[in-house]
Structure formats: C-alpha cells, structure tokens
Design a protein around this ligand. Structure first.
Ligand SMILES: Cc1ncc(C[n+]2csc(CCOP(=O)(O)OP(=O)(O)O)c2C)c(N)n1
Ligand SMILES: [Mg+2]
Length: 537
C-alpha cells in the first residue's frame, strides 16, 4: 500500500525535484517524512514568502517547477508573496498548501480561509489533490506551470489526505502543446515594414530569454546593424560592449538610453513582456511590431500596432536573419558615444564610497560565471544598467513582481541549484530587514554565499521619489543615528566596509570563506540622485 504522501514524493522525485521549501505544520509531517525517504531535501525557511522566491528561482534555473509549501491560513498567505513573484516573473512553480478536510471546508475554524480563492488571481491554475489522481494532478500542474508563459500552480492538500491510500493510476500525459507558427503573410508584413524603416530598433524582453533565440538575435543585429535595448530581466542577451547595444530600459540613466530609442521609426518588440515596463511608458511615435507567444498589450488608441506576430518567435527571427542586409540611417558613431557616456556617468567618483563604487568593485571581483541576485530598490535601478551580464540568467532579479525581499532567498536557491558557481546577493538595508531570518537558513545549509548589504539607512528609492515630488522625507528612514553594525546575524559574520579599500578586502575575504558572509557596505546614497528615476516612468 502506498499513501498519498508517499506517492506525491515519488512523483516529485521522478520529475527531478531536489528541494521543497517551506515551513511545516502537523499534517505536513507525513509529506516531510516521504520527502526524507526519497532524499528530496525539505528546506526550512524563516518565512514562507522566501519559500516562494526560492522555488521561483529553482524553476528559473532548472526549468523544472520549483516546489514550495505553506500551511493553512497564515502559512498560505505568507507563501503568496513568493507565488505572485513566479506569476509576474514567469517562473514555473508548484505551491502546495494544506486546506481543511472536506467536512470542515467553509466552516468557522482556526486558520480556516478559502485557499482556492486566495490563489486564483496569483496562479495559472489552482486545484486540489485527491487520492485517485495524485500523479495526474501533479503532472497536469507541471504542464500548466511550464507552458508559455510559465508560472505557478497551486495544489491544495486536504488535511486528512496524506496518510490515505493512493489509488493506482493509468494517467498518460499528453504531449506538451506546441506554439503556433505565424502565417507567411504576417512574416511578409514584418519583412516589408523592416525593409522600409530607416531607423528600426529591437526591444528585447524576458520572453526572448526563454525562447533560446540568442544566436538568431545576434545574427540579426550583426547582419543589419540595428540598435537593441533590453528590459532589465533580459540582461545578458547581448553584451554591453556590442556595437548595437543601446542600454537597458527603465533603469539608471534611462533618459540617456531614450536618446537612442526616441529616434526609432519602427520598434520590434521581441519577447517583450510589458510586465516589466509597459510599451506606452517609452515607445516613440513609431509603429510597433510585436513578436511573442502572447499578443501585444498596447494602448492602440495612442500607438500603432503594425503587426502582432503571436506564437513561436523563431520563424520571424529566422526571416530577419536570412534577409539580405537592409541599409538604415542609424549613426553608429553617435551610438557608441552615448554608450560610452552611459558607463562613464556611472563611474565611481573620487573620494566618495557610494553605490557605483560598491557595484563596480563587486563586478571586478565576481568571476564571469558568477551569479548575482539583487533585491529591489535604488540599488537595483543602478545595477540594472551598470552590471555587466555575460549571459542571461547570471543576474537574477524580480522586475515583474518587484518585491523587496527577493534577493536573499534567490541567492540561497541559486547556490543550491548551482553549487559550483560563486553566488552573491546585493540587498538594500530595507530589503535585508524583511528577510534577515534567512541568514539562519543560509548558515544552517552551510552555503558559501556573499551577501552584500548596502547600508544607506534609508528606503532610498522612496526618498528619491519624495524629493522628485518636492515632499519632505517622511517614513523612509530605517535606523536611528546611533546605528551600530551587528557582528553576526545568526552566526553569519558581518564584515563592515566604509571605503573602497576595506570593501575590496572584505569581498576577497568573504569569497574565500566556506560559509555565508555579509559584507556591510556603508554607501553614501547621494549619487543615486543623478542616476536613477530619470525617465520612462
Ligand atoms: C514588498 C515590497 N514592499 C514595498 C515596496 C516598495 N519599495 C520599492 S523599493 C523600496 C525601498 C527599498 O529600500 P532598500 O531596501 O533600503 O533599498 P534602497 O532603495 O535603499 O537601495 C520600497 C519600499 C516593494 N517594492 N516591495
Ligand atoms: Mg536603503
């Protein structure tokens, strides 16, 4: 006889899942025990929101849905913060929560709320497990979670289900759905518009990263010499020193990036997911061609959608790559000057230890194959533009969900999935306070991760927004004037750094350590004022 919990663990094991993140409860014990027997590690987190973020990042890195768990009511609501991340950052994820047993569902009872209703707006699908369909439910959930656009699925576990006998199943999974190929008339329209344009521009987003279209993309910009802008989560799709590279939308100095895209007379949005930045927030007065698995989300009263190529991206890319070179009017000398100016303006200034110095020095020290995870705040806006990203997937951020608290759990998950790579997390002091409990997790797991904490004593991004509106700074200060750096957090040592020299030494020491280390960089946030929130939105 196999119990539901045992079969559940077997199915997860067969899928290649190695970690389940969460915080336990009474009815979860049979599932934990089943995991232990399958050598799937249950990773205890301090807050279920982290479990969601960790599962999201495992899903992004491995392509197999990450798995997380929360108990009734508050366990589930904590988990939703991470599950929402998987929805808007497009990561495959399975979220399990305990629900009341059938006879108690809808009754007044401790911790009892409707989890199906809770997860409906946060997931692609929400369902409930039963003893007759354990394998079928999980495999269907995986299909939903991994199909375009990837995202989370919630599966409720009735409280009394785990120890019940699982029925034998004969479920035959269906082949995964294929994306439609766009018709040849649409591709002809694309070629015609591209051939007529004098200043076409490529805008590459998050979905392009998933489409494995990088080689074709590089071929197109090589062939036709056209500029390319990236969304923050598409960083790494083209190198920052490529002659076509025009910068990242929305992040630092986006006004300078706009000097290129505002000249375009045709924009080709390639895998452009407006979840990061709506087209309307930056599109020039030029027609748009949208190439993605999802139709264009555009205010068509204000902008002209010349062509919506929905489905598989590759045929459109292949047509552009095969097309004989189309001449255009772009001035590549001016583009190179703007690119140079963009990076010069983010160079550290003499005598100030600010975020630009902290990011620049970290980039020098982290090897090219290292993974950098980042939290949300002014520091992310800087990193999004400044951080050289040799390949997609080496800068992990949340720009769809944009939740503070992402960076620390993301780094833990990245290190678990990629143990041979150096992993660093950059986190603001506000975001650090949200997830400081996960220092205990990193310590317990013995993960050599470097957490670079930018202590600027403020929610800097919000301060800058207040200043831009001529409002007094209010409700944004994190510490008192007598702030004293901690020596350790739950056994994780803290190395303070007040200048570039001590910071460099601290990083070297931290990367050489065999466990987690916090490098606390006391950065002067003033330079953000010249760099972030400069346009777009
Ligand atoms: C969960 C959550 N709460 C609030 C916000 C709004 N928000 C965005 S950035 C930010 C400030 C972040 O401060 P900190 O972590 O210190 O980073 P800094 O801006 O100082 O670099 C806030 C409050 C958010 N994005 N996510
Ligand atoms: Mg701060």
């Amino acid at each position: 006889m196999t119990t539901v919990a045992e079969k559940w663990a077997q199915v997860l094991n067969d899928l290649g899942i190695r970690y389940v993140f969460g915080n336990p409860s009474g009815p979860w014990m049979v599932y934990m025990e089943a995991l232990r027997n399958k050598e799937i590690q249950f990773v205890l987190v301090s807050n279920e929101a982290s479990a969601g973020f960790m599962a999201d990042v495992c899903g992004r890195i491995t392509g197999v849905p990450g798995v997380c768990y929360g108990t009734f009511g508050p366990g589930a609501t904590n988990l939703t913060t991470g599950v929402g991340g998987a929805l808007l950052d497009r990561s495959p994820l399975l979220a399990f929560t305990h629900e009341m047993k059938e006879t108690m569902r809808g009754r007044t009872t401790q911790m009892g709320i409707d989890h199906q209703a809770l997860f409906r707006p946060l997931t692609k699908w929400t369902t409930r497990l039963d003893a007759d369909h354990v394998e079928e439910t999980i495999l269907r959930a995986v299909d939903v979670a991994t199909s375009e656009q990837p995202g989370p699925v919630h599966i409720g576990l009735p409280a009394d289900l785990g120890p019940q006998t699982a029925t034998d199943e004969t479920y035959q999974p269906e082949p995964p759905p294929q994306l439609d190929s766009p018709g040849s008339e649409l591709l002809d329209k694309l070629v015609a518009a591209f051939s007529q344009a004098r200043k076409p521009l490529l805008a590459v987003g998050l979905s392009a990263v998933r489409s494995n279209a990088q080689t074709l993309l590089l071929k197109i910009i090589q062939q036709h010499d056209i500029p390319i802008v990236l969304t923050p989560m598409a960083k790494g799709m083209v190198s920052e020193d490529h002659p076509s590279y025009a910068g990242v939308l929305f992040h630092a100095l986006s006004n300078l990036v706009a000097e290129t895209h505002s000249q375009a007379d045709l924009v080709i949005g390639l895998g452009y997911d407006p979840v990061e930045l709506n087209y309307e927030d930056w599109l020039p007065d030029a027609p748009l061609i949208h190439i993605d698995a999802e139709p264009a989300d555009l205010d068509k009263g204000r902008f002209r959608l010349a062509c919506d190529i929905v489905g598989d991206m590759r045929p459109a890319l292949e047509r552009l790559a095969e097309l004989p070179r189309v001449e255009n009017d772009w001035d590549f000398t001016a583009l190179a000057q703007r690119r140079q100016q963009l990076f010069e303006r983010m160079e550290p200034k003499e005598g100030i230890f600010g975020p630009t110095a902290a990011v620049t020095i970290l980039r020098e020290i982290l090897p090219d194959d290292g993974v950098m995870t980042c939290d949300v705040g002014a520091h992310l806006h800087l990193i999004g533009q400044l951080w050289r990203t040799p390949e997609p997937g080496l800068s992990l951020m949340t720009n769809g969900w944009s939740s503070m608290g992402f960076g620390i759990p993301a780094a833990i998950a990245a290190k678990l999935c990629l143990p041979d790579r150096p992993v660093v997390c950059v986190v603001g002091d506000g975001g650090f306070l949200m997830m400081v409990g996960e220092m205990a997790t990193a310590k317990r797991l013995g993960l050599p991760i470097v957490f670079v904490l930018f202590t600027d004593h403020d929610l800097s991004l919000i301060c800058i927004k207040q200043e831009l509106k001529d409002l007094p700074l209010y409700g944004t200060s994190l510490h008192t004037d007598d702030y004293d750096s901690a020596k350790t957090f739950f056994g994780v040592p803290v190395i303070p750094a007040h200048d570039a020299e001590s910071y460099r030494a601290a990083l070297r020491e931290a990367f050489a350590a065999d466990g987690p280390v916090i490098v606390e960089a006391f950065v002067d946030p003033q330079e953000y004022r010249q760099l972030v929130l400069k346009g777009d939105r």
